[in-house]
Design a protein around this ligand. Structure first.
Ligand SMILES: Cc1cc2nc3c(=O)[nH]c(=O)nc-3n(C[C@H](O)[C@H](O)[C@H](O)COP(=O)(O)O)c2cc1C
Length: 312
């Protein structure tokens, strides 16, 4: 799966849902990871959590991210996800958000390597679960646990380790320390994927070219830009700088609306569409005026008219 240099849509709560994964895959993303799903929610039958599991034909292999803190619950949740169509499970060991870490999940596991070990051992127990882990490089500037987690993941047969090389304490401040990741990844016994601050094709290609990495993940750089993957691929494979013309942009943005509407229905779909639209229109002439207009409209039909006009 990671034999070639892979360009992946990052797991992002509230963003990397089925519609967005489908769009990014249509623009040449090699893989995509789902939004994080609560392991506990899955095991205790929470309907909302199960909703996140439905696979999409265009998004195979289906890679589902779980968060949790209890090894047996995580294993059981992974089995539920596999039965529902997942091909690969990612375990979130990097989310620094309070709501997640106060349950002992996400980046809290960087401070509790023994618990992380038990989670990984539970996944590797026969019949083994195909899994990856996603980490940050430590809890704070005094703790660098990256190499420890790389060895742990390799020892217990993880398919890859993904790292966003900031500390949990940094949240999104400062910048991702790719040099630290490159050196930790040197001679790593499993594929290492990097994530953080990639917002243009040149940077993506620079990081992809590092011999210690098997791939990169794109997160915020895809906001309002699901075609970012194709921009990178065109430059990488053909040396061409490419961006979608107005027609393709219009079609894509309209399609995004249609996908959201059929996924979530009129009301929730519209709320989510507005969020994406505010990214799509960023930088265009009169963006503020259009943003205002979009936020007053209450039907997909009206919003589609605005989009149609905007990208003529
Ligand atoms: C809105 C948002 C939601 C995120 N949700 C998740 C998540 O559910 N699981 C996860 O592992 N990382 C999550 N992340 C972190 C991203 O996967 C990624 O590692 C990070 O944003 C750095 O990449 P970027 O600079 O390209 O955005 C999220 C990031 C953002 C901005």
């Amino acid at each position: 799966m990671f034999s070639q240099k892979t360009i992946i849509l990052a797991p992002m709560a509230g963003i990397s849902d089925r519609p967005f994964r489908r769009l990014c895959r249509s623009f040449d993303a090699d893989l995509a990871v789902s939004e994080m799903v609560s392991a506990k929610g899955l095991v205790y039958g929470d309907h909302k959590s199960k909703f996140f599991l439905f696979p999409d034909e265009s998004d195979k292999p289906h890679w589902v991210q779980l968060f949790g803190s209890e090894p047996e619950i995580i294993r059981e949740a992974a089995q539920i996800a596999l039965e529902a169509g997942a091909d690969l499970i990612d375990i979130n060991m990097g989310c620094p958000v309070r709501k997640v870490i106060k349950t002992g999940a996400g980046a809290a596991l960087l401070r509790e390597p023994e618990r992380a070990l038990k989670i990984i051992q539970a996944l590797d127990r026969a019949p083994a679960i195909p899994y990856t882990i996603k980490v940050r490089c430590g809890w704070d500037s005094n703790s660098n646990v990256l190499e420890y987690f790389i060895n742990l993941a390799a020892t217990y047969n993880a398919r890859a380790l993904i790292c966003h090389p900031r500390t949990a304490k940094m949240m999104f401040s400062g910048s991702a320390n790719w040099e630290q990741l490159f050196s930790a990844a040197e001679n790593a016994p499993l594929p290492i994927i990097g994530s953080g601050d990639i917002s243009d094709p040149q940077t993506a290609i620079k990081y992809l070219g590092n011999p210690n990495l098997s791939g990169i993940m794109l997160g915020r750089g895809t906001f309002g830009r699901p075609w970012f993957f194709r921009e990178i691929k065109k430059l990488l494979e053909k040396g061409e700088s490419w961006s979608p013309d107005a027609k393709l942009k219009r079609e894509t943005i309209l399609k995004h609306g249609d996908l959201l509407r059929s996924e979530y229905g009129e009301k929730t779909g519209l709320l989510l569409y507005r969020k994406h639209l505010s990214w799509y229109i960023k930088g265009i002439h009169d963006a503020a005026k259009f943003r205002k207009e979009i936020f007053t409209l209450t039907s997909f039909t009206d919003i589609k008219k605005v989009v149609d006009n905007l990208f003529q």
